[in-house]
Design a protein around this ligand. Structure first.
Ligand SMILES: Nc1nc2c(ncn2[C@@H]2O[C@H](COP(=O)(O)OP(=O)(O)OP(=O)(O)O)[C@@H](O)[C@H]2O)c(=O)[nH]1
Ligand SMILES: [Mg+2]
Length: 299
């Protein structure tokens, strides 16, 4: 049995963004559909999100994660070799939720190993050092590499400047201006933190957990909705097709291009409606690849 989730990992309200000029969204609370789903369905079906952390060597990726997960800070640099992994548990709107945090190596020689872990991320955290403009310039390349392995429409992006404690207010203001500009361009949410002092670290991770949870629930609801619609279409039209078969003594069967010709109910019914109503097949089947040849058959 797992111990209960730590008190400071229990999220009941949507945490605020860092800067409204560079936020994924600035809504005050969770999406109403998400709140409703969590109230009725205490399920664990949307319970884990993969998060990858990328960025230049020694920008502070490992320290960022250690400060949040272990409340520790090590001032001596130890390069990450390949990839490290932490799992952090939360409770969002009463539902258990975990972030898998993949801490990748910034050193060039490990890039090849690290990039094999990029795939299937729900969130990408691109880290740069607020006291190194170069690391901000390179952030774009890190993001491009990570995005090659992921679906841009379903991944949340965060741009995080670390080592806030090292910058003077003037230097910080200047770097932040550039970082916010880049965030707007790449559609990322911008944060500035310090692993040394702990400034902004907890707020940042609670925000990551909340936004990935919200996105997970919405995606799940959308999937359920489309499954449900397809089932209704399939069931109601099955009856219509049978009636037609009885009335006209003919029907359509489905055969694929390889000629294997197995009748398949869903395609079969959709093709039938397409012919009767001129509805495009992809409206009936969603994005399922269609590769079939209609064959008239008489009974
Ligand atoms: N002052 C200060 N130093 C920091 C901060 N975060 C990290 N450091 C220091 O920066 C150095 C690099 O930190 P790491 O977290 O190991 O860097 P990394 O990005 O994981 O590096 P790789 O694993 O090689 O890619 C260490 O010496 C840390 O102590 C911070 O917020 N403030
Ligand atoms: Mg590291």
């Amino acid at each position: 049995m797992l111990p209960p989730v730590k008190k400071d990992r229990i999220i009941t309200q949507l945490p605020k963004c860092f800067s409204p000029n560079a936020a994924l969204h600035t809504k005050e609370s969770f999406h109403p559909q998400v709140k409703a789903a969590c109230q009725v369905q205490k399920t664990d079906s949307f319970n884990v999100a993969k998060v990858i952390v990328v960025g230049d060597v020694a920008v502070g990726k490992t320290c960022l994660i250690s400060r949040f997960c272990k409340d520790a800070f090590d001032k001596t640099y130890k390069a990450t070799i390949g990839v490290d992994f932490e799992m952090e548990r939360f409770e969002v709107l009463g539902v258990p939720f975990s972030l898998q945090l993949w801490d990748t190596a910034g050193q060039e020689r490990f890039k090849c190993i690290a990039s094999t872990y990029y795939r299937g991320a729900q969130a990408i955290i691109v880290v740069f050092d607020l006291s190194s403009v170069n690391s901000l310039t390179n952030a774009r390349q890190w993001l491009e590499d990570a995005m090659k392995e992921n679906d841009p429409s379903s991944v949340l992006l965060f741009l995080v400047g670390t080592k806030k404690d090292l910058s003077s207010p003037e230097q910080l203001a200047q770097t932040e201006q550039e970082a916010i500009r880049l965030s707007e361009e790449i559609k990322a949410e911008y944060w500035a933190v310090s692993a040394k002092s702990g400034d902004g670290i907890r707020d940042f991770f609670l925000r990551v957990a909340s936004l990935t949870f919200e996105a997970n629930v919405l995606a799940e609801l959308e999937l359920n909705e489309s499954r449900h619609t397809r089932d209704i279409i399939s069931e109601s039209l099955h009856a219509e097709v049978s009636a037609c078969r009885h009335a006209y003594g003919c029907c359509l069967v489905y055969g694929d291009k390889s000629g294997r010709g197995k009748p398949r109910n869903k395609l079969f019914i959709c093709l039938f409606i397409k012919i009767c109503t001129s509805t495009p097949t992809n409206m009936l089947l969603g994005n399922e690849p269609i590769n079939f040849t209609p064959i008239f058959s008489t009974f």
